[in-house]
Every structure is written in structure tokens, then in C-alpha cells.
Design a protein around this ligand. Structure first.
Ligand code: PA5
Length: 322
């Protein structure tokens, strides 16, 4: 797993060359739905964050089986699934198709690519054979590419944005230190709303690679509920707070406040010129940190038996109506 993360720059650079296959039926898109789960779904959050201030159309993320009732032929539904067989994503995509939506797809294969190929749906086939979460840069770049065929620009310099992944030595040093800090704790990852995808990514990586329970708190919402819990925390010795830094006075307040509670705390300030490069670099640190914690804990980072158990449970059942 570590080697895959260390190789992210090369993998990402290769993804910049991916080709978009298929042809849009309708380029006049008024609404965008991004759908995917877990290590594929995080791409939806990263795209949403990168587009938040600049998108002229509303963007919604769906991480469940059912698309929203307003999906129609002016809605682009982008299905992202590394395996191409995740049932929530497949259900969303096929129901959106029935509702007349324009579709596009990113996957390494499976039913999603079969559906795209047979329907001439715009799609990008990414390289397979990795644990889905370890393919984050490829999934992200492929999604940006397929969306660009509709004039939806996530970033205008994809080759430039992946340059940040060259800073491997610094990422390794930071991650080793963070792994020692987070090992055998309940990590709480704290960010502002802008960096929610990175906080979620960090939590997910600690869950899946390190087999740890972790939670996230997002500011300013944190200051309207969770903040009160710190007035009398239960066993603060087991908690570690990791604050993802942004130039934001609310984070300064949060750091001061949390330090006052006596919790052990670190601040991670990912380098990068824009939100996407900072999310990419931060995700590299999250990936490496979680594999180093896995080593310290004696667990296999690449194995996610419980997710397979859930997927086995779903197979052959009627999909939940929502
Ligand atoms: O990282 C993982 O292995 C999971 O979070 C998967 O991404 C998740 O189960 C969804 O599968 P897929 O990415 O193949 O759609």
C-alpha cells in the first residue's frame, strides 16, 4: 500500500493522459449529481469543494441508492466507482437513466463500464488492480476529464495540480510523525467546511487502512454542538485532535479552544496553491499516515474484510427503497 501512495505522482501524471470515450447526448447541463461510495465517493466531495465558489449550476452528492426526484434530462449524473460494481452507485446511475438524465462514468471496469460502452455514454476507463482508495488521484483526474466534455471545469491545469505529489520526502516525514501521534487513539480530524473532503479522507483512510474508529468535526458547525462536549470530555487521554489548517480565523479559535481542554493536538498545513492541490497533498499524507499506523498496529492496510461482508450482504437482495 505504501508503495502505491509513494507512486501517486507517476500514476496521476498517467491519468492526465486518459481519454474520454463516448459522446454526450446533451451538453446543455443545468444541474450536476455526483455519485460514488467510499474511496470513489470521496472524489465527489473533492470536486464539490473545488467547484463550490465557481460553479454556475447546483451540485449535489448522492451516496445512497436513490437519485433525487428532480433529476431530469438537463441533469448530468456522474457515476464514480473504481470496481464499477458498487450497488449504490449502479442503482443511482440506472435510476437516473430511467429519469432521462445525461450520464457519464468513471471506473476501472465492471458493470458501470459495460453500461457506458453499450450506451455510448461518456466515460473514462482507469487502470485497475488497486484498492479503490489508493486510486484517488486517478479517479479525481478522470472525473475532471469526463466533466470537462460538458464544459464543467474542475481545474484548468490538471498536469500542474498533480506536481504537488512530487513532494514525497516531506510527506513521508510528516506521516511518520503523525502515525506515532495517532497510533492506538481515537483520532478526531477537524477542518473548516472548505476542507471537509480532506477531513473525511483522513478519517476514511484511518478507518480502512489502520482499522481504527475515527471521527470528523467541521467548523463552524462544530462550534454549535461538539464544542460543548469538550467542556467535560470522557477519557481525553485516548483522544488525539488533528486540525487541518486553512487561513481561517475560526480555526485559530478552535485550536486555542481545544488546547484549553488539554487534548493532545497537531496541526497539518498542507502545501499547495489551490484547494485541489492541497487536498491531493493532504490525501497523500493521510494515505501514508494510515499505512504507517497499520504497521504499528500489526494490521494489513490493503484488507477491508468488513466492507466485503457488507457487499456480500447486499448481493442478491432487493435494493433498499429510499
Ligand atoms: O476504499 C475502498 O475499498 C472502499 O471505500 C470502496 O471504495 C467502496 O467500497 C466503493 O467501492 P468502489 O470504489 O469500487 O465503488
Amino acid at each position: 500500500m505504501e508503495l502505491i501512495y509513494l507512486n501517486w505522482y507517476e500514476l496521476a501524471l498517467n491519468a492526465v493522459k486518459y481519454e474520454v470515450l463516448g459522446t454526450p447526448r446533451n451538453r446543455d447541463i443545468r444541474k450536476l449529481v455526483l455519485t460514488g461510495m467510499g474511496g470513489s465517493g470521496i472524489v465527489c466531495d473533492a470536486v464539490y469543494a473545488a467547484m463550490y465558489g465557481k460553479s454556475k449550476i447546483p451540485i449535489t452528492i448522492v451516496k445512497d441508492f436513490q437519485p433525487p426526484g428532480w433529476v431530469d434530462p438537463t441533469t448530468l449524473v456522474c457515476g464514480i466507482s473504481y470496481s464499477g460494481n458498487t450497488l449504490e452507485t449502479l442503482s443511482n446511475v440506472s435510476k437516473s437513466l430511467e429519469m432521462g438524465a445525461e450520464l457519464c462514468v468513471v471506473s476501472s471496469g465492471g458493470s458501470l463500464i459495460e453500461m457506458a460502452e453499450s450506451g455510448g455514454i461518456p466515460h473514462v476507463v482507469i487502470d485497475g488492480g488497486l484498492p479503490p482508495r489508493a486510486a484517488f488521484p486517478q479517479l479525481l483526474i478522470a472525473t475532471a476529464k469526463v466533466l470537462s466534455t460538458y464544459g464543467i471545469i474542475v481545474h484548468d491545469d490538471l498536469e500542474g495540480v498533480v506536481e504537488i505529489l512530487k513532494s514525497v520526502d516531506t510527506a513521508v516525514a510528516t506521516s511518520k510523525e503523525l502515525a506515532e501521534f495517532l497510533n492506538e487513539s481515537i483520532p478526531i480530524i477537524i477542518s473548516n467546511t472548505r476542507y471537509y473532503p480532506l477531513a473525511l479522507r483522513f478519517k476514511d483512510e484511518l478507518n480502512e487502512n489502520s482499522k481504527m474508529i475515527a471521527k470528523i468535526e467541521i467548523i463552524p458547525e462544530w462550534a454549535h454542538n461538539d464544542i460543548v462536549g469538550w467542556e467535560k470530555p470522557v477519557n481525553i487521554d485516548i483522544i488525539r485532535a488533528l486540525v487541518l489548517w486553512d487561513d481561517d480565523p475560526l480555526l485559530e479559535f478552535a485550536v486555542d479552544y481545544l488546547k484549553g481542554s488539554g487534548v493532545k493536538l497537531r496541526v497539518l498545513n498542507p502545501p499547495g496553491n489551490d484547494i485541489l492541490s492541497r487536498i491531493l497533498y493532504g490525501s497523500l499524507v493521510a494515505g501514508l499516515t494510515s499505512t504507517y499506523v497499520a504497521e504499528l498496529r500489526g494490521v494489513k492496510a490493503e484488507e477491508t474484510k468488513s466492507i466485503e461482508k457488507y457487499k456480500d450482504f447486499l448481493r442478491g437482495r432487493a435494493l433498499p427503497a429510499r
